[in-house]
Design a protein around this ligand. Structure first.
Ligand code: SAM
Ligand code: SF4
Length: 430
């Protein structure tokens, strides 16, 4: 989402005369867009500012703006701790950046951290989305009301907010005109999307069904979804929408019901398995990925074993696993941490299993033909980059004219992260 936000901030400030510079030594303004989901993010910001300070020693200081969730969480504290920062802007106040820049005066500090998603998206509706990537992001929902005990999102992104349906479709049209062939719908709880207009109720399934009609769009994805909002209308989309990719990123966090309760997740392992089985029944080709938090306070060997048992039932691919990171202000931050060494050991074990799944899947694709959406040319190499249906990276020899196209690639080798191959023109993809 930060990538989407960064592009939208840029679309906005371009209107008042700012352009991206190729030369980092010669900027009038720096915007550091930050993430607060795990620790170290805050220190990274101060570290980066230290680097910029050195670059500009003896020169005119650029206006330093910190945006994103660190700005929201730390706000005034940042301005106090680092005088080099001029402006902090939280994620629901990006519509104010242009005025802040226009009215900026040296020696004055500015802080905008109000949760005003309505005004933000109303303003951005008037500013064209200039993103011209083959695979484009589109935010449809922000924030969260679920308050998992480990998570900062409800505090940094604010309460759940769904953008007006017509706004989303209009922006999707802009993206397709710009050349997007794939759209990934974004939200911290993307499948909680819920919007009522003139007594019509819209859900994410309605957005997917609508985008499915776009002639020039080839693929639809969405992330990140929550098991509790995996409703039947969305599941049904996998049988009716050819453009919806058969790859579901659905975080479970832990395979232990005890830990899920301690996390305040509001779903059990059984609920997750029910969704998994429903989706597999609708389309057996669907692959799953997930997020896992390892070493959550209270996680015993037995709880961890239950997570490993789940991995025997579902062969997750492309998944994320992290050690629990206590976030200031959240309920879990005050809980007794488990030993760091044990958490690290468990992380190594689970990652090995997840990476093995990925490697096994990739090896099973060798010598087969896969359909790839070609995204770009690799820097200084005569190779192209794209992704298959399951979001795996594919690198292959091909021509620039293939960029933006769906093409068949014969995979001849692979490693855990990437499939390698050559363009195959006359054969049908698996
Ligand atoms: N809303 C989605 C859900 O609940 O399934 C997840 C969105 S969250 C922004 C992205 C991921 O960050 C989570 O699934 C979780 O695994 C991870 N995460 C959040 N807080 C964390 C923490 N304190 N420590 C470690 N990982 C964390
Ligand atoms: Fe964070 Fe997701 Fe839980 Fe919301 S549902 S609090 S975004 S992990």
């Amino acid at each position: 989402m930060n990538e989407y936000d960064t592009n939208r901030i840029y679309d906005s400030i371009k209107n008042i005369g700012y352009n991206k510079t190729e030369n980092q030594n010669n900027a009038d303004c720096y915007i550091l867009n930050t993430c607060h989901i795990r620790d170290k993010a805050t220190e990274k910001v101060y570290h980066e500012i230290g680097r910029v300070k050195k670059l500009y020693k003896g020169k005119k200081k650029p206006i330093m703006i910190v945006t994103g969730c660190v700005a929201q969480a730390e706000n005034q504290e940042m301005l106090n701790r680092e005088p080099y920062i001029d402006i902090v802007v939280g994620p629901q106040s990006y519509h104010k950046i242009n005025n802040l820049l226009k009215n900026y005066t040296v020696d004055k500090k500015y802080e905008e951290t109000e949760f005003d998603s309505v005004s933000k998206f109303n303003l951005f509706e008037k500013i064209k989305n200039r993103n011209s990537k083959v695979s484009a992001y589109l935010t449809i929902q922000e924030g969260c009301n679920k308050f998992c005990h480990f998570c900062v999102v409800p505090y940094t992104r604010g309460p759940e907010f769904s953008r007006p349906f017509h706004q989303i479709i209009k922006e999707a049209e802009e993206l397709v005109i710009n050349g997007a062939k794939e759209i990934t719908l974004l939200g911290q709880n993307v499948n909680a999307y819920h919007y009522i207009e003139k007594s019509n109720e819209f859900r994410i399934s309605d957005i997917i069904n609508n985008l499915n009609q776009f002639e020039r769009l080839d693929r639809i994805r969405y992330t990140t979804s929550h098991p509790k909002d995996m409703t039947d209308d969305l599941i049904e989309c996998y049988s009716t929408n050819k453009k919806l990719m058969p790859f579901v990123h659905l975080p479970i966090q832990s395979g232990s019901d005890k830990i899920l309760t301690l996390m305040n997740r509001k779903h059990k392992v059984e609920d997750y398995l029910r969704i998994y089985n429903k989706l597999k029944k609708i389309n057996s080709e669907i692959e799953f990925s997930s997020d896992f938090i390892i070493g959550y306070p209270g996680e015993t060997d037995n709880d961890f074993q239950e997570t490993l048992n789940l991995l025997e039932k579902i062969k997750f691919i492309n998944s994320f696993s992290f050690i629990f990171s206590p976030r200031p202000g959240t309920k879990a931050a005050s809980l007794k941490m488990i030993s760091k060494d044990i958490a690290k050991e468990r992380l190594i074990i689970i990652q090995k299993k997840l990476f093995n799944n990925q490697l096994e899947l990739n090896k099973s694709i060798e010598n087969k033909i896969v359909e790839v959406l070609v995204e770009n040319k690799l820097y200084e190499q005569n190779k192209l980059f794209g992704r298959n249906k399951f979001l795996s990276s594919v690198i292959f020899e091909g021509k620039e004219k293939h960029i933006g196209k769906l093409i068949n690639v014969k995979i001849d080798s692979s490693n855990q992260n990437t499939l390698f191959g050559k363009v195959e023109t006359n054969m049908k993809a698996a």
